[in-house]
Design a protein around this ligand. Structure first.
Ligand SMILES: Nc1ncnc2c1ncn2[C@@H]1O[C@H](COP(=O)(O)OP(=O)(O)OP(=O)(O)O)[C@@H](O)[C@H]1O
Ligand SMILES: [Mg+2]
Length: 300
């Protein structure tokens, strides 16, 4: 897969304050790539440098094959951007903003379709200043994609959206990927990252501390697995000899088996072999949130 974005050892200071010290990652074409990290970790600074909105002090970045600073003008026509802190004139109407941003690229898409897709048609004649917070947010995302960008940056896109609107936005982001758009997404929502992102980078304290698929990160940092089930059987000592099992615990009818590897499969096979078929057999695994908290030292 061709790389749409490559960044190596990015560094950025604000005066004497180091905001980003060493950030490296790459994003492939058609990926939804997530950036997670505690407040102040350097996420927004990183994506702003990659969009040519801020000048990095060190490192190398190529975005769509371009240098974000030197080719800023060229790059801006090919990327879409929803900034964490966005603003529009209060009196501009929804349709005017969409028509204006849509006209910035010669072969721009039909902004009417974007307005419909992002649920803004009923508000087409409403002034920006009179939209609710969630409606403003939706408009910013719509504006980020109205020029049919190859790459779109979304910084906390679903902050302020109601649960239903978040799901709608997720589906639309998946549709962007389906048509080949690459998406870089900064988020604090672990469910969003897990459900939407193909790969994730965790930035903590100005550097990338982990990178991988959501499942890969959970497997790598999530600790050992636990298999739990209920059974009446008195003697389950045989489980201790099952592959991958480290320890078993019992609390009344409730059993917990600790271990690693393909624990669920091995425990299930052993139980069935001994004529025990619990209906509530399941594996408890760490969530992405557990993993995030353990990687970032609980500073979320
Ligand atoms: N213009 C600026 N001048 C000085 N310091 C800044 C400026 N912008 C950001 N910072 C500082 O740089 C650090 C990184 O900020 P950044 O906005 O990149 O964090 P973030 O990871 O996006 O955080 P959040 O999750 O809160 O959005 C913070 O300590 C912030 O206070
Ligand atoms: Mg930010």
């Amino acid at each position: 897969m061709p790389k749409v974005l490559e960044v190596e050892h990015l560094a950025k200071r604000y005066g004497g304050f180091v905001a980003v010290e060493d950030v490296s990652f790459s994003v492939e074409e058609g990926e939804i790539f997530g950036i997670l990290g505690p407040n102040g970790a350097g996420k927004t600074t990183t994506v702003e440098c990659l969009q040519g909105l801020r000048k990095a002090d060190g490192g190398e970045a190529r975005v769509l094959g371009l240098d974000p600073l030197h080719d800023a003008e060229k790059l801006r026509r090919q990327i879409g951007s929803q900034l964490q802190e966005s603003a529009l004139p209060d009196r501009i109407k929804v349709w005017e903003a969409l028509a204006f941003f849509g006209s910035l690229r010669a072969e721009g898409v039909d902004w009417h379709t974007i307005m419909e897709d992002w649920g803004l048609t009923p508000k087409r004649n409403t002034a920006f200043g009179n939209l609710s917070g969630g409606e403003q947010q939706r408009l910013f995302i719509a504006l980020a994609v109205v020029n049919a960008p190859k790459l779109v940056f979304l910084d906390e896109m679903t902050t302020g959206l109601d649960p239903m609107a978040r799901r709608v936005v997720w589906d639309l982001v998946r549709k962007l990927r389906d048509v080949g758009t690459t998406v870089v997404l900064v988020t604090h929502f672990m469910d969003e990252a897990e459900s939407l992102c193909d790969r994730l980078a965790v930035i903590d304290d100005k550097r990338v501390v982990a990178i991988g698929t959501p499942d890969g990160l959970i497997a790598e940092y999530g600790g050992s697995a636990e298999v739990v089930f209920s059974a009446d059987a008195a003697d389950l000592d045989f489980l201790r000899d099952v592959e991958g099992v480290a320890k078993t615990e019992r609390d009344g009818r409730r059993f917990t088996v600790h271990g690693d590897g393909a624990l669920l499969a091995h425990v299930a096979a052993a139980l069935v072999e001994h004529g025990i078929a619990p209906t509530d057999l399941r594996v408890k695994r760490a969530s992405l949130e557990d993993v995030f908290l353990s990687i970032t030292g609980g500073k979320a």
